[in-house]
Design a protein around this ligand. Structure first.
Ligand code: ADP
Length: 950
């Protein structure tokens, strides 16, 4: 029997079946913990069955360049191949590993016969005394994870085909076991990791299988209720918790399940100590493959402390806010309280000024007025500053004329500059838009602050205000403003602090110059709010340049050519001004007008220029002459020119400073057509030239500072405005009534909003001056009610007069239906301007008594009555006139000739009876025309009748 046959027999024997059965049983019992020990026995069984000396299993390490024996069996007296788990380098057996990878098996029957390239392996076999070896790779899927070696040390051996096949199959089982063990180990490791995370998590975690049942929970969740995980897992809430907790929890779970998606909820629930805790729960449904909710996975954090802290913070914030509100309310009240008496002071000072006073008294009053102004500015500054601090300051967004605002600010300070002998000029460069949207009063405030500082800190020289147009984006213009002075300047080390509140460059200057150090801090904030920056360049005793820029929305761009008089194209103008800057400004304002400008700096050059150009195309037609030049005064130059025949016709305009202005009569006598005051306004300049050249009538002129304005004003005053003053404060009433009286005006008085409402419903007023805070009914409510009463039929001009100056006050006035807002202390110029603007043109009241006065003597003569009796009779007649005339008026309006004829007949009769011939004659004509139905003629005669009463 051959060896193969013998082997086949043994394989069919019981021993072999026993071997296979044992091996399988062992393999089934193997797990990740015991597998090294448990495998030794099958290895032994295999070794003895196949008559081997040694079996070993090598596995590659994580780093595949290393390997180690994990399990081995050695026959008695055969020493172990290696220590178990001793790491070896894979490349020590390069041929062997290569063969295993490429061929899937290495069969060595006799170690002496290994191929030549297996040098290391031959050496190893020799050293270890290995005679024969069968090596089979172990695989996990297609990857080689190690190999199993079967060895004989006592003798060489020819490995039989069947033997090899069986050992290969057995090896495959080893591969499978190792893969299973590895997976089990990895799985366990992963589970352990998750358990670590879940059970040590501070957040509570749980999964619900339905509204009232847990699936699983983590340690933190179980602990919250003082329970073990196993007490909760797969349990019903009603079996675990008291009824209240279970109800609350399941109600919460119901809400979470309903959402059908990720949700957040807060739940207040009792913990194991019975304390109410606030849980912030986040839930997310876990779904099966069909999309049905299988679990609801919840995480929760205890936010009780956090919420408490938040609530405390919120309360603290509210407290702080209410303190802030209280602060601004206090400021509003304070400002109101201070402004009310200030109104009294200003008003009475104004009134005293209009009485007869000694020079000394006048001086005292001037001082008192200026001190009050300083005090008022101070109050305004502090109020503004507090508003900025309390973040209560908001900017207005209204359309306004930028040029006017700039020129107004400069004009306001012109008298002060003139008083100190300082030149103050403004240059608004071409390109600066005319109409913009922004906060005009705040821009003016910044300019006033900078210019008044410049005036304050400059003893001699010049202050120039320049406005330039930097760039434009999306209809927003960036404008730069510059206020330059030749004053004391600021030391380098002080520059950084002047924009901070209450800071002044030098405390010693405080005493000399006064001030609070708030103006620049406020300006700085205002500029920032307008999207710009403010800065200063300065050097001591040389002067300062304050610059700021703001962004404003453009409504109307700069006029390309404002001056639209064709005739100016060949007109030459001479500007005789000592100050080069002023001269430059005038010529820049005249650009585009067609005028050709000649500039000279003294009177002699003026005369020379006029004479030398007299017979040329550059003949001067108009000249602007400075009030005082180095060599001559303006008057002297004018006198000189008037006696030079070729210069006689030149139109002259005198340029004066505020201080010099006023003597209009003298100006005309010296031969000037008109005069202009510095600081110059472009539109005034252009209009003044147009008037001087006869291109525009003087009475069209609105802003020219001539006598005409006065005349217009007086005419208007004849209209006798109907004013209602609504004021609860007696002192304020007294002042206003007196001030109005000094302007020959009267007013009706209401002492609260309710009286105002009654008055407006009974009489048609031109202007109502309405105080805001009053007892019974305040000004806001009263205005709102007046507007309701008026509907669409009428609109009485209501002007708020209030001492409030906090945020939203002006807004509140406008919202309640008022038309304007003036704050106390009242600027009376503004007040009279508003009265003038709002006084409606209406027919003057008829004076019926005039008829009695004009006709009584004639009536006495004809009737022989006593004068007293005659007067009584005529008074009766006059009493009927208003109704009669009103009836005629209506009849004319309605072209009701029948009625008109009847009423004129009545008028004819009564006036004839009482011998009022003037009315009688017109009434005859009126009746005639009524019969003829000539309506225009009727109206003409009716007007003549009415004129008799004025
Ligand atoms: P105030 O003028 O009320 O003191 P401001 O905030 O307007 O407050 O100015 C702060 C300080 O900056 C002034 O006290 C002064 O020292 C300095 N300053 C401001 N403008 C000028 C200027 N044009 N020339 C010199 N110093 C100036």
């Amino acid at each position: 029997m051959s060896d193969e046959d013998k082997f086949r027999d043994s394989v069919n024997s019981n021993d072999y079946l026993k071997l296979i059965s044992n091996i399988f049983q062992k393999f089934l019992a193997v797990n990740s913990v015991n597998y090294q020990n448990e495998l030794t026995k099958p290895l032994e069984d295999i070794g003895l069955f196949f008559d081997l000396d040694r079996i070993y299993i090598y596995y590659f390490s994580k780093d595949p360049t290393f390997m180690q024996i994990e399990c081995q069996w050695n026959k008695i007296d055969i020493s172990p191949k290696r220590e178990v788990q001793e790491e070896e380098v894979v490349y020590a057996l390069p041929w062997l590993i290569r063969e295993l990878k490429n061929k899937g098996i290495v069969v060595i029957n006799n170690a002496k016969e290994v191929p030549l390239d297996a040098i290391f392996e031959a050496e190893a076999f020799e050293m270890e005394g290995i005679q024969a070896s069968l090596l089979i790779p172990l695989k996990n899927e297609d990857e080689m994870i190690g190999f199993i070696g079967f060895e004989n040390l006592s003798k060489p051996r020819t490995w039989k085909t069947d033997e090899i096949k069986i050992l290969r199959d057995i090896s495959r089982i080893f591969s499978y076991i190792r893969a299973r063990i590895s997976n089990e180990k990895a799985y366990k490791k992963a589970l352990d990791g998750q358990a670590i995370l879940l059970d040590n998590s501070q957040s509570q975690l749980w999964a619900l299988s339905n509204v009232t049942s847990y699936a699983t929970v983590n340690e933190a969740h179980a602990k919250f209720f003082g329970k073990q995980k196993s007490d909760l897992e797969y349990q019903d809430l009603y079996d675990i918790f008291d009824i209240d907790t279970a109800n609350k929890f399941s109600e919460n779970n119901w809400g979470l399940f309903q959402k059908n998606g990720p949700t957040e909820k807060e739940l207040e629930i009792k913990n194991w100590k019975g304390e109410n805790r606030l849980l912030q729960i986040k839930s997310k449904p876990g779904r099966d493959e069909y999309g049905n909710i299988k679990y609801l996975i919840c995480t929760a954090d205890d936010i009780t402390e956090q919420r408490k802290a938040e609530t405390e913070l919120h309360t603290a914030k509210e407290l702080a806010e209410s303190a802030n509100i209280a602060k601004s309310q206090f400021l509003a009240n304070m400002s109101h309280e201070i402004r009310t008496p200030m109104n009294g002071i200003f008003g009475f000072l104004e009134l005293i000024q209009s009485t007869t006073l000694s020079l000394e008294q006048k001086d005292f009053i001037r001082e008192a007025k200026s001190a009050s102004e300083v005090l008022l500015n101070l109050i305004n500054d502090i109020l503004d500053f507090s508003k900025i601090e309390a973040k209560k300051l908001t900017l207005e967004k209204v359309e306004f004329n930028l040029r006017t605002i700039i020129e107004d600010a400069v004009s306001l300070l012109a008298p002060k500059a003139a008083e100190k002998g300082l030149e103050l000029n403004t240059m608004i460069n071409a390109g600066v838009p005319e109409e913009v949207i922004g906060d005009p009063s705040r821009i003016k405030q910044i300019l006033i602050n900078l210019i008044s500082n410049a005036v304050k800190f400059t003893q001699s020289g010049e202050i120039s205000v320049t406005v330039d147009y930097l760039e434009e984006e999306n209809e927003i213009a960036v404008l730069s403003f510059e206020v330059r002075d030749t004053g004391i300047g600021i030391a380098k080390e002080d520059i950084h602090k002047i924009f901070e509140s209450f800071n002044q460059a030098d405390t010693s200057t405080t005493r000399k110059y006064g001030g609070t150090g708030l103006g620049l801090a406020i300006s700085n904030q205002l500029v920032k709010m307008m999207g710009g920056e403010i800065c200063v360049e300065s050097s001591l005793s040389k002067g300062s340049i304050f610059k700021f820029d703001v962004s404003l929305k453009i409504i109307k761009r700069a006029y390309k050519q404002k001056f639209e008089f064709d005739k100016l194209d060949n007109t030459n103008i001479l500007i005789a001004l000592d100050n080069k800057n002023n001269s430059k400004i005038i010529s820049s304002y005249l650009q585009g007008t067609g005028l050709k400008v000649f500039e000279v700096q003294d009177a002699t050059s003026a005369i020379t220029t006029i004479l030398s150009n007299s017979n040329t195309e550059n003949k001067i037609s108009i000249a602007i002459i400075d009030y005082q030049m180095p060599d001559m005064s303006g008057y002297e130059l004018a006198t000189a020119l008037k006696i030079i025949p070729i210069a006689k016709e030149i139109k002259l305009i005198l340029l004066t400073s505020i201080a010099q202005r006023g003597d209009t009569k003298a100006i005309k006598e010296y031969g000037f057509s008109s005069y202009l005051s510095k600081p110059l306004r472009r539109d005034d300049l252009v209009s003044c030239i147009a008037v001087a050249l006869g291109l525009k009538k003087e009475d069209e002129e609105e802003v020219h500072q001539g006598l005409e304005i006065h005349k217009v004003k007086e005419d208007k005053n004849l209209l006798k405005p109907r004013i209602l003053l609504v004021e609860d404060n007696e002192m304020n009433r007294k002042i206003l009534i007196s001030i109005l009286k000094s302007h020959k005006m009267t007013c009706d008085v209401a002492i609260n909003g309710s009286e105002a409402l009654k008055a407006v419903s009974e009489k048609d007023y031109d202007v109502v001056f309405m105080d805001c805070q009053m007892p019974v009914m305040d000004g806001y409510e009263s205005t709102a009610k007046i507007r309701l009463f008026e509907g669409n039929k009428k609109h009485t001009t209501i002007i708020a007069m209030t001492a409030n100056a906090m945020e939203g006050d002006s807004q509140k006035c406008i919202e309640s239906g008022m038309d304007y807002y003036i704050s106390k202390p009242i600027d009376f110029n503004i007040m009279f301007k508003l009265i003038e603007e709002n006084t409606k043109d209406r027919e003057p009241e008829p004076n019926y008594n005039k008829i009695i006065d004009n006709n009584i003597d004639n009536f006495v003569k004809i009737t022989g009555l006593e004068k007293e009796d005659a007067k009584e009779i005529l008074e009766e007649y006059v009493k009927c006139l208003p109704d009669l005339l009103a009836g005629i008026n209506v009849a004319i309006k309605n072209s009701d000739f029948k009625k008109l004829a009847g009423l004129s007949h009545e008028l004819k009769g009564s006036s004839g009876t009482f011998r009022i011939t003037s009315i009688h004659e017109l009434a005859i004509k009126l009746e005639e025309k009524a019969i003829k139905q000539e309506i225009d003629e009727c109206a003409r005669f009716f007007i003549q009748i009415k004129d008799l009463f004025h």
